[in-house]
Design a protein around this ligand. Structure first.
Ligand SMILES: NC(=O)c1ccc[n+]([C@@H]2O[C@H](COP(=O)([O-])OP(=O)(O)OC[C@H]3O[C@@H](n4cnc5c(N)ncnc54)[C@H](OP(=O)(O)O)[C@@H]3O)[C@@H](O)[C@H]2O)c1
Length: 248
């Protein structure tokens, strides 16, 4: 076990090659976490490698949330280094190729299944596998990065940056993630789960279709890490990066 890991809090984050995940790495280190930044292909994630090296963090750990072998391998890597995880951030997520437009009548069901495999089952499986390490923490937390677009209550209201078209697969996958998280938090009361909408963020996903999001990845990451450290939160809350409740 790496000796310094015994004193710092330990975070594992999925999908760190770019976007919100990459920004979370810097923010977590600023907040005194040791970070296991994971991504599908560390050899193609040059920016992440640079950030990790400059922050003196372990090199990127391979983890594809749809690939069982890589989840198990990442678990073994973290277990050997630290023996526990205090914070798991299930950040990896995908939208459809045509995001932010995906009309219901022409939605590609194969693509919908791909979204569910990443945004829903991938989160559940990663959490299942890392549970023994979370249980070894005195204060285990899981942040599942959801989206305001997963809110049933707000579905008929206009959302910033959204055009005509219902983005059916993405919305349905995030609503399913919300339900999966509420069920997980009921079955695992020893772990605090939060569903966090990161804002409309200037990433590849947020800017898709030539849009101009109003939140930077760094601002979003700062908000997510702030809510992750808030002891007043109840497990299973659905909130945004500023800590505001989002209606289901
Ligand atoms: N940006 C927004 O406005 C916004 C709004 C609401 C919610 N969100 C949510 O915020 C999270 C981060 O999104 P983002 O805006 O940062 O998106 P992004 O820039 O498109 O980045 C997505 C990240 O997820 C990774 N990823 C995709 N599939 C994966 C898999 N199977 N296993 C592991 N990693 C995988 C990508 O890795 P590769 O580089 O390997 O593709 C990339 O690192 C997502 O859950 C998204 O749904 C974003």
């Amino acid at each position: 076990m790496i000796p310094e890991m015994q004193s710092s809090r330990v975070a594992v984050v999925t999908g760190c090659s770019r976007g919100v995940g990459l920004a979370l790495v810097t923010e977590l280190v600023k907040n005194n976490y040791k970070v296991f930044a994971t991504c599908r292909s560390p050899s193609s994630a040059a920016q992440l490698a640079e950030v990790l090296s400059s922050l003196q963090q372990p090199p990127a750990t391979p983890l594809d949330v749809t690939d069982e072998a890589t989840i198990q391998q990442a678990y073994s890597t973290v277990r050997a280094a630290t023996g526990r995880v205090d914070l798991l951030i299930n950040n990896a997520g995908i939208a459809t190729r045509g995001h932010p437009v995906e009309p219901c009548l022409t939605a590609d069901v194969a693509e919908m299944n791909r979204l569910f495999a990443t945004n829903v089952s991938g989160v559940v499986r990663t959490t299942q596998v890392f549970l023994p390490l979370l249980r070894a923490s005195p204060r285990p937390r899981v942040i599942n990065i959801s989206s305001g677009l997963g809110s049933l209550a707000q579905c008929s209201k206009p959302s910033p940056g959204m055009r005509n078209g219902q983005v059916i697969s993405y919305r349905a996958s995030k609503a399913a993630l919300n339900m999966a998280t509420v069920v997980m938090c009921q079955e695992m009361p020893e772990v605090q789960f939060l569903l966090v909408h990161p804002g409309w963020v200037a990433t590849d996903m947020g800017s898709a279709g030539g849009r101009s999001p109003d939140v930077s990845p760094a601002e979003s990451a700062a908000g997510i890490v702030r809510v992750a450290g808030d002891d007043q939160r109840h497990s299973g809350e659905f909130i945004d990066w500023k800590g505001q409740t989002i209606p289901w």
